[in-house]
Design a protein. Sequence first.
Length: 276
Amino acid sequence: MDSTNSDFPDLQELAKKIRVHVLQMTSSGGSSHIGSAFSMADMIAVLYGNILRMDPTNPECTDRDRFILSKGHAGAAVYAALAEKGFFDKDWLQTHYQNGSKLSGHISHKGIPGVEMSTGSLGHGLPVATGMAIVAKRRKQQHRIFVLLGDGECDEGSNWEAALFAAHHRLSNLTVLIDYNKLQSLDSIEQTLALEPLADKWHSFGWEVEEVDGHDISSLQHTLSTSSLGQKPQCLICHTVKGKGVSFMENSVLWHYRTARGEEYRAALEELTRAA
C-alpha cells in the first residue's frame, strides 16, 4: 500500500476494486477508455467512499450531493463505484457495453440510480453543474455539486464560459476536479493543445485553485473535505497517470482506445489483484 494512502485503507481497497471491475467490464464488453478510467479511480474512490452525501436506498433524495462525470467516456469507473456502494447489483457490471445492457460505454443516467447526467460529448458537464449550483444557492440548499473534467476536455470553450459564470456568481458550492494525466485521445496534451499554465488560468477566472497528486488518497480526502469553506468555486487540479495501476498501461496513449485481451488481460489482472 502506498504510504500516502495508508491512513485510508478502505478507500485504497475501493480504488483497487474499481480498477479490477473496469478491467473486467471493458474486456468482456470490448469497450475502451480503460486508461482514462484508471487515472481517475482514486478520485472516484474518495468521492464515493467518503465525500459525497448520497443514499443508495434513496438516490433521488433532494438534499443529496450531485456528481457529474463530464469525461463520460470513463463511465465504467463510476458504474463500478456505484455498484460497490450498493446503488445497483454488481451483476449489472458483467453486462457493460453489451446488447440490452443499461450500462453504456459513455455514462448514462437512463435507468441507472446514482447517475445525475448522461455525458460523452465533452464540455457539457461543467455548464450543467454550474446551473445546478446556482439553483441550489438561490434556494438556500446546502448540498454540494462536483464535476470531474478531463484535461483534454479543457480544450472546450464551453468550460471557460461556465467558469466565468460560476466565479461571477460566487458559487462556493461548486467543485471541479481535473484529471490531469497529460494525455488525450491521440497524443499528449502538450502536443495537441497546451494547457499550461493551467492553475493560473483558473485563478485568473476567479476560482480557488489547488494542485494535488490525484493518486494520493490522503491529500484528496483532506482537500475535498475542506474545499467548500471559502467564498469562491473551487478547482482541484489532480496530477495523475493515465492507466495508473497496470505498469504497461501507464503513461501510454495506446490505452485510451485499446482493450485488454488474452495475455494483456491476464497480466493486468495479476498486477491489480496482487497490489497491496
